[in-house]
Design a binder for this molecule. Structure first.
Ligand code: NAD
Length: 509
């Protein structure tokens, strides 16, 4: 076991982080093949810790534990009030450890700590919300039929569920899935992204501490092509909830087809933010800047395409440039940092290559400056791609970094057409003080979620998800029940009913 102390350039000494084991059947265990994944700090590119690398044989064991816990353990037969006590306890433990969770998340992902602190709070709320939802809303309907029948529905858990999560806001996105999956009575095998294991491990510790029965929640780290694919292929896994890239989602759907698994897909985006000339200029500016540069631009709902009306374009761009120059770039653990480093070198190279492409495609690139002292981190400055055209590759493909393409428009029809001329359909933002136009455009833009005169704020009750290549299905609210439960209808005869009498001998007269 090798633990390290890592120094930030403008930070005091970082705390030590333990090496991480898989969590299977209530035990923290090493991967069977003994492989390790080196986990790097995006700020320093030094090793934070080593993570056990699970493979198919570990997935097999975790699924067996989840199956056993579902079929024979107390979870499936527990009274709802008892099960919810565990869910509330997990929420309380998250709150109690929120400082540590936000610290680990920032260390692991490079997300600024001021932002990960908010995510930790919201993650606890995800558990409380689903406890309340199950208590109040997970009920069936009754269908009385002419005094002859009473038909009623019940919603039953599916069994072992596979959850596969990305690295961009790992703890929050993981709890969006774990909370409804467990609250509705399923058991879980989680496969976190290989680049961000720290908060998944902390969640396993907290769930263990909450006394959740063994096998109900399991975590197997590992690569997508090995551990992830084995989870998708496993015949005893009843459903896969996935958040990640569109291409990965498509592969998972194909692989899940062999065992006819239910899948939920939360995928990529290239969301438009449209500013009309009658919009509240300052608020639209705040939203446009926050929406692409928070979470280091690694946000699925980021407004990576900003459409500006011709009349306000120049003024808006001047204001954008000023903001870009003043965004505070720094150590993610520093509370005043607004933009941290990208998750890893590979992603940094990918985002950088899009900036080169933007130049080749004819954009004027305007960037902030990364202080030289941060040269060891994967820092990409906040970037504007000016004079962009919607059909450029940089406007069609998800870059997933702090890069905003700025596109001019003149008419409502033109901007709706351009906003929709993309394969994605996750989110959209409309800024106008004309209420009719706001609704009209919001209804016309292809996106699962649209905000009018607002930045991206999430109400846990709403259906979260995308259309087109941004996803299939919805998370959130009671919509998650459609995925995590099986509706069953029970028909009961309560009156004298007539049943056709096949094979009955005719009575002789
Ligand atoms: P990714 O697709 O590379 O990886 C996501 C997860 O899938 C990881 O755990 C990975 O190991 C696993 N995986 C990879 N190949 C697999 C396979 N063949 N079988 C099973 N699992 C496999 O995504 P990422 O780079 O980690 O995350 C960024 C992406 O996630 C972006 O495209 C972003 O838009 C998207 N995202 C979407 C939402 C949403 O709600 N729509 C939210 C956050 C992130």
């Amino acid at each position: 076991m090798q633990n390290q102390t890592i120094r930030g350039t403008d930070q005091s000494i970082h705390k030590q982080v333990e090496n991480i084991k898989l969590y299977i059947n209530g035990e923290f265990v090493k991967a069977k093949a003994g492989g390790l994944i080196e986990n790097l700090n995006p700020f320093s590119n030094k090793v934070i810790n080593q993570t056990s690398e699970g493979r198919a044989e570990d997935i097999k064991e975790a699924v067996a534990a989840a199956k056993e816990a579902f079929e024979k353990g107390p979870w499936g037969t527990m009274k709802i009030i008892e099960r919810m006590k565990y869910i509330y306890r997990i929420a309380d433990l998250i709150d109690e450890h929120s400082e540590e969770l936000s610290y680990l998340e920032s260390l692991d992902t490079g997300l600024p700590i001021s932002q990960t602190k908010k995510m930790a709070g919201r993650s606890a709320e995800n558990f409380r919300f689903y406890a309340r939802m199950v208590e109040a809303k997970l009920h069936g309907d009754a269908y009385p039929v002419d005094g002859e029948y009473i038909n009623y529905t019940i919603y039953q858990p599916l069994g072992p569920i596979g959850l596969i999560t990305p690295w961009n806001a790992p703890f929050m996105l993981t709890t969006w899935k774990v909370a409804p999956a467990l609250a509705t009575g399923n058991t879980v095998v989680l496969k976190p992204a290989e680049l961000s294991p720290l908060t998944a491990n902390k969640l396993a510790e907290l769930i263990d501490q909450a006394g959740v029965p063994k096998g109900v929640f399991n975590v197997v780290y590992g690569y997508g092509e090995t551990a992830g694919a084995a989870l998708v292929a496993h015949p005893d896994v009843r459903a896969i909830s996935f958040t990640g890239e569109t291409v990965t989602g498509s592969t998972i759907i194909k692989n899940a087809a062999d065992s006819l698994k239910r899948t939920s897909m939360e995928l990529g985006g290239k969301s438009p933010l449209i500013v009309f000339d009658d919009a509240d200029f300052e608020k639209a500016l705040d939203a446009a800047v926050w929406g692409i540069f928070s979470f280091n631009g690694e946000r699925c709902t980021a407004n990576s395409r900003v459409f500006l009306h011709k009349k306000i374009k120049d003024k808006f761009i001047d204001a954008l440039k000023e903001r870009v120059e003043n965004i505070v770039i720094g150590d993610p653990l520093n509370p005043s940092t607004q933009l941290g480093p990208l998750i890893d070198k590979g992603h940094f190279e990918k985002v950088s290559s899009y900036i080169e492409l933007a130049k080749q495609e004819g954009c004027d690139v305007f960037q902030g400056i990364v202080p030289a002292v941060f040269s060891k981190g994967n820092f990409l400055p906040p970037t504007l791609l000016l004079n962009a055209k919607n059909d450029m590759k940089v406007c069609q493909e998800e870059i997933f970094g702090p890069v905003m393409a700025v596109i001019e428009f003149e008419t409502e029809e033109e901007v709706i057409q351009a906003a929709n001329d993309v394969k994605y359909g996750l989110a959209g933002y409309v800024w106008t003080n004309d209420i009719k136009k706001g609704h009209r455009v919001a209804q016309a833009v292809d996106a699962g979620m649209i905000w009018v005169n607002s930045h991206n704020v999430r109400d846990l009750r709403i259906p979260f998800g995308g259309m087109k290549q941004s996803g299939i299905g919805r998370e959130g609210g009671h919509y998650a029940f459609e995925f995590y439960t099986e509706p069953k209808v029970i028909h009961v005869a309560i009156g004298e009913i007539h049943i056709p009498q096949f094979g009955m001998k005719k009575k002789e007269n």
